[in-house]
Design a protein around this ligand. Sequence first.
Ligand code: ATP
Length: 260
Amino acid sequence: MSAQAGEEEAIAPAAVLRVTELSKRYASLVAVDRVSFTVRRREIVGLLGPNGAGKTTTINMVLGVLAPSSGLIQVAGLDLARQRARALAHANFAAVYAALPGNLTVAQNLRVFGLIYGVRGLTARIESLLAEFGLERLRDRKCGVLSSGEQTRVALAKAMLNRPELLLLDEPTSSLDPSAAQAARAHVRMLAREGGCGVLWTSHNMYEVEEVCDRVLFLSRGRILLEGDPRALPRERGARTLEELFIRLAREPLEARERR
Ligand code: ATP
């Protein structure tokens, strides 16, 4: 670690996200059930689990768009419930379901969000992101007419605008072709390694998870069943691949919980 990185670490907390005993109830349904985890600087954490496990609900609580029923969320050491605006200034996100305004062009969208985030040197930042995400050709196209893969690339560029310390990505590559998905993964990895950003990444693509994530949390019925290195976990749990382990855990969550 460089001397500068060491100094930064001393000032900023190592965990850019700390979630403690977080729960969300919808009437009788407990969508997220006393979940605790951290995401550290330079770390990419995969949030895995079958449909309805509580991944998006967790992400929406961390983004401050959904109020928790109980529990604590700290972003860059700031309590989200009490210092919401300051805490969220350190974060950003991209998700397929959060489309950017379709009547604005790519460049206009990046400018509007850059102004909202108070990005310094915005024009240069936009130019650099347009180049990094291969969007120069599309800069004057309205977002509403872009293909879903192109829209995802714009959403990822928007998510990088404020150089977030915490990046939340909900299935960021689900509509990308293999080449664009690989480029997006490389970009996020670079942001984590060189920019010191912590990333929470949801995906149903286990190949991608093994390639990109340093650690995974396996969520089922709102609870964390397993946590560990995606490359070591299958062996430790007697499965051949992460996909095989995922399928087994999704089908037998209670058994896995008892063995934990
Ligand atoms: P997927 O992989 O399908 O995206 P997920 O892990 O992101 O699933 P969530 O969207 O977090 O799952 O949903 C968790 C549970 O909470 C599901 O059973 C869902 O039906 C329920 N749920 C989510 N939002 C609401 C709501 N507004 N009212 C009632 N139940 C909800």
